[in-house]
Design a protein around this ligand. Structure first.
Ligand code: G3P
Ligand code: CA
Length: 250
């Protein structure tokens, strides 16, 4: 059964990378939550996609140059607009940029977690945060990155952590798969568009190399069903509610 991963939480229903988006992702039936991490200037793990605050909060500044306390002053619901709403329904509601330990503390069983390292400097702190966590011991957590050095560092520190290589759109899948396999990573995460109309050859190639394949970001129900029928392990989606309805309709 294809694993449905809520991309930055249920990010069409609530502000991306907030506890509310994660909670809603679980509520609608996602199997796992995907999130993004950066390191703050005081060594904490801020869960936010961009390296700056301005797109998703009411503050400005670079995450790497701010303390977690400073980042926590930002309203993480300030910018979100539902496509069918006027105004910002989450502005002023107390939503904050979470920390990775806060998400780990919350993570309900049996929900999985996909942690994308956006800044290589965060790798050591991520491994530290996962140390001894029951979801890590139970194989429910993966650490992924576009940055080869970030996931190599994670494996170097703790080879029991499942790691995945994010393949950028248009990047050679042959080369990416060979690299990930050679470095001992668990999986590869191509852009769904690069899987094309006939992903079976690509999936077979990954299987020979011992790699799991998950792709990003699938929001079209027909494409969800098609990819699921190929036996792909997982896909990331902004609309986990649509994915659950599409794949488990019977
Ligand atoms: O799961 C992979 C996906 O999240 C990568 O793209 O830009 O949303 O972090 P991005
Ligand atoms: Ca991401």
């Amino acid at each position: 059964m294809t694993i449905i991963v809520a991309h930055r939480g249920a990010s069409r229903m609530a502000p991306e990378n907030t506890m509310e988006a994660y909670r809603l992702g679980v509520e609608v039936g996602a199997d796992a939550i995907e999130l993004d991490v950066h390191l703050t200037t005081d060594g904490q793990l801020a869960v936010i996609h961009d390296e700056t605050l301005h797109r998703t909060t009411d503050r400005t500044g670079r995450v790497a140059e701010l303390t977690m306390d400073e980042i926590r002053e930002a309203d993480a619901g300030a910018r979100f607009e539902r496509p069918d709403d006027s105004g910002q329904p989450f502005a002023g509601q107390g939503l904050r940029v979470p920390t990775l330990p806060e998400v780990l503390e919350w993570l309900p069983e049996p929900t999985g977690l996909v942690i994308e390292i956006k800044a290589r400097a965060a790798a050591d702190a991520v491994v530290q945060a996962l140390n001894g966590h029951p979801a890590q011991a139970g194989g429910r957590i993966s650490v992924i990155s576009f940055d080869e050095g970030a996931i190599d560092r994670v494996r170097e520190l703790d080879s029991s952590i499942r790691t995945g290589y994010l393949v950028a759109p248009g990047q050679s899948l042959d080369e990416a798969f060979a690299w990930a396999s050679g470095r001992g990573h668990t999986g590869v995460h191509p852009w769904e568009g690069d899987l094309g109309a006939d992903p079976l050859t690509i999936l077979a190639q990954a299987k020979i190399l011992g790699l799991e394949v998950s792709c990003y970001v699938v929001n079209d129900p027909d494409r969800m069903q098609f990819l699921s029928d190929t036996g792909i392990r997982a896909f990331v989606t902004d609309v986990p509610d649509v994915a659950v309805e599409t794949l488990r309709r019977s």
